[in-house]
Design a protein around this ligand. Structure first.
Ligand code: COA
Length: 160
């Protein structure tokens, strides 16, 4: 098994939906690189270092998972890492158009890299990082949405 997969995203912060995708990718690939973008178009609550550290903390039991920052074109980063697969999670039909556009553009930019879509577990269909931040800001519980360690970091960050 020589396939290296990149799982890219903003991860501000990573949720149980992201972790479910990572855990399911782990047995399928020799290496899974979680690639955290440092030039997101969205304003982020957490710094790039914090977003990376949180994912490292919750994936430390997986020896074939690496967490890195990336900037620039995703296909160029994938090429540099000798990855041949980009993983994306699909939650609902509404994700499809955006994901279809990204996958098609990436295919045009580098036909050797395949985008693989994984269905998000039904328990996480409704999750998004923005929703998590909104619930936390309004004092709601994040139990079942993010790991405890990430819930603690969100609360700390919001109280600062
Ligand atoms: N479970 C729960 N939520 C999920 C999820 C899952 N499995 N997968 C994604 N989400 C949510 C995220 O939390 C995020 O929520 P938010 O908008 O509230 O923050 C939302 O879905 C979008 O996910 P994200 O991972 O941030 O993806 P993105 O669509 O913003 O894309 C990159 C990020 C890094 C992949 C993309 O910007 C990129 O490729 N950049 C490089 C530039 C490039 O190469 N461009 C050319 C190709 S288009």
């Amino acid at each position: 098994m020589h396939n290296i997969a990149i799982y890219p995203g903003t991860f501000d912060p990573a949720t149980n939906g992201h972790l479910d995708i990572i855990e399911r990718a782990v047995p399928l690939f020799a290496q899974v690189i979680v690639a955290v973008t440092c030039d997101s178009s969205k304003p982020t609550l957490f710094s790039i270092q914090d977003r990376i550290q949180m994912i490292k903390d919750v994936t430390q039991n997986y020896s074939n998972v690496r967490v890195e920052e990336f900037s620039g074109l995703l296909v160029d980063y994938a090429c540099k890492k000798e990855a041949n697969v980009i993983i994306r999670g699909l939650r609902a039909v509404s994700d499809f158009e955006h994901e279809f556009q990204m996958a098609s553009l990436n295919k045009r930019l580098n036909p050797k890299i395949e985008t693989l879509f994984m269905m998000t577990h039904e328990d996480n269909f409704f999750l998004s990082s923005s929703a998590i931040k909104e619930i936390a800001a309004l004092g709601g519980s994040l139990a079942g949405f993010v790991p405890n360690i990430i819930e603690e970091r969100i609360k700390q960050r919001l109280s600062n």
